[in-house]
Design a protein around this ligand. Structure first.
Ligand SMILES: *Cc1c(COP(=O)(O)O)cnc(C)c1O
Length: 409
């Protein structure tokens, strides 16, 4: 049983982000434990048959079954909702099931989605291979082309979907004008905030209706487990998306929710550290032999750099740096294979730095033409900068650049 020994987790509107990340959603049990408890239970017991009936009928509050609600999962949901500034949050088994539940909860056959082109590969597959089977079409537009978004709107458009910054090229767009466009067409604007997290960017405050997370990435922050979440208003998220999750069952496990609760506590510190390290890496990469282009929102050369900084849309540049090397795929693979410290893996948001060749992994299923159109060349390398010492990361990459130096000499 939850004994309310701590303040109402929702009575916290004056708390700063760091305080909410540590304190919201924590209700102690009668044991008085200092750390958030885990409730690894599939179902909950009632005192009487009448109480069971009242809970099932929705006449009495309380848990019934962990596919519906679980106190550890609810603690994570309350904390993330507070950090994103949303009234409701529904946690899911993965980031992809957060997107699926959003589509199933808010759309019906005959509806239309407008999405930015450079989105997570599985999201594209969900829209193009699966949502179409249920009569939902998707149009893709360039992220930063507001005119293209407006031109793509149809009378049946119900959802605008985007990621900013994008993966792997860190393209960005201003969220507020797209929120205005969505409102003018009676549509929902959903922002996949995986790359920024609420520590760097809060789309709801900029007018977006929904924030979607792969908690697998920075919210956990230590590469331990898979999960997701949708944050927004009480009707769309608290009723419509929650209804899909409790019925269809992509519910978050209480163990994973507990890990994410721990992750949120250090989120702001980590995101600022990832951002600072990534910017330092980006500037350094820009000076390396063989590197022809570097992508990071914190660089002055980034086309939407004006959106980055304190008080701007995105507080800092984030942890992702991509760069192009001369010599195409073979050269990029040589640079990657010369590293010893960086992990060759496609995951991101981890304390451990990861290095990826997008053209042959995350974006390998695109046709060469589609990749070319998205600007993802064979020489492109993506680094998700972790929290190791920057000097050690530079020393790890240096051997890969030495070949270029020798050739140039
Ligand atoms: C990883 C990722 C997802 C999918 O999340 P999973 O937890 O892997 O299901 C969605 N969007 C973005 C931007 C991601 O990086």
């Amino acid at each position: 049983m939850i004994a309310d020994q701590t303040p109402d987790p929702n009575a916290d509107s004056d708390w700063g982000l760091a305080t909410r990340a540590i304190r919201v959603g924590h209700r102690r049990t009668a044991e008085g434990e200092h750390c958030e408890p885990i409730f690894p239970t599939s179902s909950f017991v009632f005192d009487t048959a009448a109480e069971a009936a009242a809970r099932f009928a929705g006449d009495a509050p309380g848990n019934i079954y962990s596919r519906f609600t679980n106190p550890t999962v609810q603690a994570f949901e309350q904390r993330l909702a507070s950090m994103e500034g949303g009234a409701a949050c529904v946690a899911t088994a993965s980031g992809m099931s957060a997107i699926l539940a959003t589509c199933m909860g808010l759309l019906r056959a005959g509806d239309h989605i407008v999405s930015s082109r450079s989105i997570f590969g599985s999201t594209t597959m969900l829209f193009d291979n699966y949502m179409v089977r249920f009569g939902i079409q998707t149009s893709y537009v360039e992220l930063d082309a507001l005119d293209a978004w407006a031109a793509a709107m149809r009378p049946n458009t119900r959802l605008l979907f985007l990621e900013t910054p994008s993966n792997p090229l860190t393209e960005m767009t201003a969220i507020a004008p797209l929120a205005d466009l969505a409102r003018a067409h009676d549509c929902v604007l959903a922002v996949d905030n995986c790359f920024c997290t609420p520590a760097l960017q809060q789309p709801l405050a900029l007018g977006a209706d929904l924030v979607i997370h792969s908690a697998t990435k920075y919210l956990d922050g230590q590469g331990r487990c898979v999960g997701g979440a949708v944050v927004g208003d009480a009707k769309r998220v608290g009723e419509d998306v929650f209804g899909v999750v409790r019925t269809a069952g992509p519910s978050l496990s209480p163990f994973n929710a507990w890990l994410f609760l721990k992750g949120l506590e250090t989120l702001e510190l980590r995101m600022l550290a990832h951002s600072a390290a990534a910017l330092e890496m980006a500037r350094w990469l820009d000076t390396q032999p063989g590197v022809t282009k570097v992508y990071h929102p914190g660089l002055n050369s980034h086309p939407q750099h004006h959106l980055v900084g304190d008080g701007k849309q995105q507080r800092a540049g984030g942890g992702i740096v991509s760069f192009e090397v001369e010599g195409g795929r073979a050269a990029a693979w040589r640079v990657i294979d010369a590293t010893r410290l960086c992990s060759i893996t496609a995951n991101l948001g981890d304390t451990k730095t990861t290095i990826t060749h997008p053209a042959s992994t995350t974006h390998g299923r695109l046709s060469p033409e589609a990749r070319e159109a998205s600007g993802i060349g064979e020489g492109l390398i993506r680094i998700a900068v972790g929290l190791e010492a920057v000097a050690d990361l530079q020393a790890d990459l240096e051997p890969g650049f030495r070949n270029y130096e020798l050739r140039g000499a």
